[in-house]
Design a binder for this molecule. Structure first.
Ligand code: ADP
Length: 465
């Protein structure tokens, strides 16, 4: 059986309470017992000295009787011995067997002690019972010992107080325990209830139900944890949705070329007498669709690597103008096919610190987009400029531009302004997503400005290093 957190905490606190309360009761009892014993000892010591003084001053039977009357209490035994330790007077209720014990003790003390008053304790043999206090003081008249005054002080009074004290301490202990116990149960429930709810929510999230988030609010750690779980559920939901969308896009974009390739190859297989012209056209379509699939797979692979952070940059400082020319020239055929021109506006000595291969791929994607979305006779311009912190590469075209509403989305994977042109345009729909990843990996930034019907400009901001 699972042990609940509240049960565990309650058990620990109950044990602690029992230990602390028992220690408190024991210490209170011990302290009061010691205090009472010391007090009584002092009292007995004062009394015996006072009585002895009075008797010494008036060494007569009357004075002794007077002292005896003063000490005639149930818990006090007073005995006056003469020098030979014979009893002169004693309290009324002193029994004979006690007298024997007193005599032996006094005798023994006189052999060993000479510091008066002699104070000793007689253990009653009962646990936790304060021993009797025995005191002895000599009566000295004219420098001659006339006898010994002996007091046996019973501590019975404390026994009654002790019971009362114990009752008070036990009541206090039970009260403290009950309050502590109830508080613990209340507090542990208060803590464990939201934890249980969060556990249930986490379980639901693990099963794929991302809407069942914990309803706990608050500024404390528990509230923070609940909001973290809600955030995690939201992100997981977004991740699941985007993954589903991603897969549906890939399958759609792969299905189209595969359908073409299958269809055209089937025609060629099933036609016995195909003429050269048809054959060339069919093969051209198959080649074009296979190339599109190749690009899609290449871009997918590249983007996945970038998004997973598995790409490390090899930065080097290069002359910007020759590098940009070499990129443009690599796309000369595309420019020619679309009857487009290009131009670079930059100082010859400008430099860039980039990973040539990765940044080259980003710039190529932007240039290819410019070519793809610009009608014949248009122009693509690459401009380099600088501000305090950045080198800025502008890639602008005189193409059809991007509608304002689409601008924030063009960086999303598979987002296309013209949804129906997906395969005709030749792009994978991943180009700008790759551009953004590459530039962010360089700790740079990319922005776009576009006017429909006039053209588009992409700005790449690269930190000067
Ligand atoms: P694609 O492979 O479709 O070009 P991209 O991610 O490169 O995918 O671009 C996303 C969309 O942004 C494109 O489908 C296109 O509609 C739009 N776009 C990108 N560059 C330009 C541009 N220079 N001129 C006009 N539209 C553009």
């Amino acid at each position: 059986m699972k042990k609940r957190l509240s049960t565990k905490i309650t058990m620990i606190i109950v044990c602690l309470l029992i230990i602390v309360i028992s220690m408190m009761i024991f210490m209170s009892y011990t302290i009061s017992k010691t205090f009472y014993k010391n007090n009584l000892t002092e009292d007995v010591s004062h009394r015996i000295i006072a009585h002895t003084r009075v008797i010494q001053e008036h060494f007569e039977l009357e004075t002794i009787q007077h002292v005896l009357t003063m000490e005639e209490k149930d818990d006090v035994h007073l005995v006056l011995f003469d020098v030979d330790l014979s009893t002169v007077v004693k309290s009324n209720h002193v029994q004979d067997e006690w007298m024997v014990t007193y005599y032996d003790w006094v005798n023994e003390q006189l052999q060993t002690y000479n510091d008066y008053p002699i104070i000793d304790y007689f253990n009653t043999g009962i646990d936790f019972h304060i021993p009797h206090i025995w005191a002895l003081q000599p009566i000295i008249v004219n420098d001659e010992i006339k006898g010994y005054l002996f007091i046996d002080q019973d501590t019975g009074q404390f026994e009654q107080t002790k019971v009362k004290l114990a009752v008070v301490l036990i009541i206090m202990g039970i009260l403290t325990f009950t309050i502590g116990f109830l508080m613990t149960i209340y507090l542990t429930r208060k803590i464990s209830k939201p934890l249980t709810e969060m556990g249930r929510a986490a379980n639901q999230i693990a099963k794929g139900d991302f809407d069942n988030t914990p309803s706990i609010t608050g500024e404390d750690e528990v509230g923070q944890l609940a909001s973290d779980i809600s955030l995690m559920a939201k992100q997981l939901k977004e991740y699941r949705d985007s993954r589903q969308q991603f897969i549906s896009h890939i399958s759609h974009d792969l299905r189209t070329p595969i359908t073409y390739i299958k269809g055209y190859s089937a025609i060629m297989r099933d036609t016995d007498d195909i003429d050269r012209k048809d054959l060339d056209r069919n093969l051209a379509v198959i080649y074009q669709e296979a190339t599109r699939m190749e690009h899609l797979v290449r871009d997918l692979f590249q983007l996945t690597k970038l998004e997973e952070g598995r790409v490390s940059l090899e930065l080097e400082t290069i002359k910007a103008v020759p590098w940009l020319y070499s990129i443009l020239e690599s796309r000369q055929l595309m420019f020619d096919q679309n009857s487009l021109t290009y131009e670079i506006i930059a100082n010859d000595d400008m430099e860039l610190t980039v990973d040539q291969h990765r940044m080259g791929q980003a710039v190529i994607n932007l240039i290819e987009n410019s070519i793809r979305y610009t009608v014949k006779g248009g122009k693509v311009t690459l401009k380099l400029s600088e501000n305090d912190h950045h080198t800025i590469i502008e890639i602008s075209d005189t193409g059809r531009g991007i509608p304002r509403d689409d601008l924030p989305h063009i960086w999303d994977r598979f987002y296309r302004v013209d949804k129906s042109r997906s395969s005709k345009s030749g792009g994978s729909g991943l180009g700008l997503a790759i551009v953004k990843q590459v530039i962010e990996l360089h700790q740079g930034d990319v922005k776009v400005e576009s006017v429909e019907g006039k053209g588009t400009t992409f700005f790449i901001y690269l930190l000067k290093r």
